[in-house]
Design a protein around this ligand. Structure first.
Ligand code: GZL
Length: 347
């Protein structure tokens, strides 16, 4: 065979190989949703807490898209921030005999009974984003009451670490601008939803670091429920009572920080300059506020959990071992790196 023809054959074979490999891997991802040995499409029930923030919307979109990519049938329920709606949805998933149940606990308590019902029904469960009270990601096989034995896996962030990172960033920045020795450094805090693991642990982590800096004082702390509107309202109250002496704001999420920034401007002080603002999530709105000089830093909390949820579900249903806690990889951003990172942000 002439060399020219040989090259054509090799090129054709290479193309066929590449195409097979590609469709093979896509097929693998799509087949991922088939319960092994049963040739049945996996059916997942997912109880999401609501749509309170940019972060939550990104999380929901990630789960829905990943279910489609994995060829998993997703029964989705929006709880409108109410735990009773989540309990009702999970009971309905049990009655429908879904293969696996995923849920984001709106608050960390009140889940033992329903999770035992899931176990009794032999339906594995995945905590998405937030976990339940007492969970530390390590299940004690000898303790039936260990909260980590109530569910199969938790996919989410280390909220305490996020709080620690926020405080460390703030202390370093106040020192950098020559305000770290002020006594006191007055901080106001906008907490997330009362009882939510994200709020509880971000507060604990933040205060653990501040314990090493006695001149830093949290003079006011109140929930803004992770929403922009409530973040603005509560910040207006903080400014009314302490506006002249506030040095910094710690918000448990960007949505509340963005609402508070509006309140600070309306009050007549400069957010990002007079009042240093640090928050959590790293949603697009936070990058826009950092580029405008109104937000100083945000600690990333990754909402794009869908692929890990589906991958974990397939592993569980095909009998493969899974980690009890799949920790999200996260970074942090401030005005030195926000503009460079912004174009590639996905949420
Ligand atoms: C954190 C998540 C929080 C976000 C908020 O993992 O539960 O809930 O930080 C969201 O934006 O409302």
């Amino acid at each position: 065979m002439k060399a020219k023809n040989m090259c054509a054959v090799i090129a054709a074979l290479a193309a066929v190989f590449a195409l097979t490999a590609l469709t093979g891997c896509q097929k693998k991802k799509a087949e991922g949703g088939v319960t092994q040995g049963m040739n049945k499409k996996i059916v997942m029930g997912y109880s999401q807490i609501g749509a309170e923030s940019e972060w939550r919307t990104a999380c929901t979109n990630s789960v829905k898209q990943a279910a489609a990519d994995w060829n998993i049938e997703l029964k989705f329920s929006d709880a409108q921030q109410k735990q009773e709606n989540q309990l009702q949805a999970i009971r309905s998933f049990i009655q429908q005999k879904v293969d696996i149940i995923a849920f984001t606990p709106v608050v960390s308590t009140g889940w033992e009974a329903i999770l035992r019902e899931c176990k009794d029904a032999k339906i594995p469960t995945i905590c998405v984003d937030r976990t339940i009270d007492g969970s530390d990601g390590k299940a004690d096989p000898n303790d039936a009451n260990d909260p980590d034995n109530l569910f199969t896996a938790f996919i989410g962030s280390d909220f305490k670490l996020e709080g620690q990172r926020a405080a460390t960033w703030l202390v370093n920045y106040m020192n950098q601008i020559g305000r770290g020795d002020k006594n006191p450094v007055n901080i106001v805090e906008l907490q997330g939803t009362v009882g939510a693991a994200a709020a509880t642990d971000r507060k604990i982590g933040f205060e653990e670091v501040l314990a090493g800096y006695p001149n830093y004082k949290i003079i006011k702390s109140q929930t803004g429920n992770f929403t922009r509107s409530e973040g603005k309202q509560v910040m207006e109250a903080f400014l009314k009572s302490d506006g002249a002496i506030i040095d910094a704001l710690y918000a448990h999420n960007d949505d509340m920080a963005i609402g508070a920034i509006q309140a600070i401007e309306e009050y007549g002080r400069k957010p990002g300059t007079d009042i240093i603002v640090v928050s959590v999530d790293a949603v697009k709105g936070a990058f826009e506020a950092m580029m405008a000089g109104k937000l100083n830093a945000t600690i990333e909390c990754n909402p794009l959990l869908g692929p890990q949820v589906m991958d974990t579900a397939v592993k569980i249903l095909s009998g493969q071992p899974v980690q009890k806690w799949v920790v999200s990889e996260e970074s942090q951003f401030d005005q030195t790196n926000a503009a460079a990172a912004y174009p590639s942000r996905q949420y």
